[in-house]
Design a protein around this ligand. Sequence first.
Ligand SMILES: CC[C@@H](C(=O)O)C(=O)SCCNC(=O)CCNC(=O)[C@H](O)C(C)(C)COP(=O)(O)OP(=O)(O)OC[C@H]1O[C@@H](n2cnc3c(N)ncnc32)[C@H](O)[C@@H]1OP(=O)(O)O
Ligand SMILES: [Co+2]
Length: 134
Amino acid sequence: MKQVEHIGIAVRSLQQANPLYERMLGLKAYKTEEVASEGVITAFYQVGETKIELLEATRPDSPIAKFIDSRGEGIHHIAYGVDDILAEMDRLRKEGFRLLNEQPKPGADNKLVCFVHPKDAGGVLVELCQEQPA
Ligand SMILES: CC[C@@H](C(=O)O)C(=O)SCCNC(=O)CCNC(=O)[C@H](O)C(C)(C)COP(=O)(O)OP(=O)(O)OC[C@H]1O[C@@H](n2cnc3c(N)ncnc32)[C@H](O)[C@@H]1OP(=O)(O)O
Ligand SMILES: [Co+2]
């Protein structure tokens, strides 16, 4: 894994969270994108070498809705950038980590992603992400 690509933060409402993050970071979101397959709408902030990904649920069965119901708003996952997601998935599988998707799937911001179960990763949901060729 080469860097922390982004930190995912669950929010109830982007409309309410964006002004807070803009004031706090002194930055505007560079992108807003819906990922229907995950039931989320995202806003991305570039902070130095990494990004903050705000996530609002778009439906009640979204992982973000479930997370907010049980834990409230806050850090939801850490995403690590990788060069070869299939190789990294294979390595983690062999190390005994449960992957939450067996094949890489499309994420936001032109990435392929895979999640690792938080119960195998010290209580933190981990996302692997690989840049997709444009
Ligand atoms: C925008 C696309 C993409 C990107 O490109 O960046 C994204 O970031 S999408 C982000 C949203 N998508 C996902 O989170 C997909 C992966 N997540 C899942 O598959 C599930 O959410 C989960 C992690 C398997 C949990 O689902 P489930 O088992 O149904 O939920 P429970 O509420 O029953 O939780 C079981 C257990 O796990 C703990 N938990 C749940 N979520 C997290 C979390 N984010 N971080 C740490 N721990 C988490 C939860 O508290 C339960 O623990 P116990 O209470 O001790 O049993
Ligand atoms: Co993410």
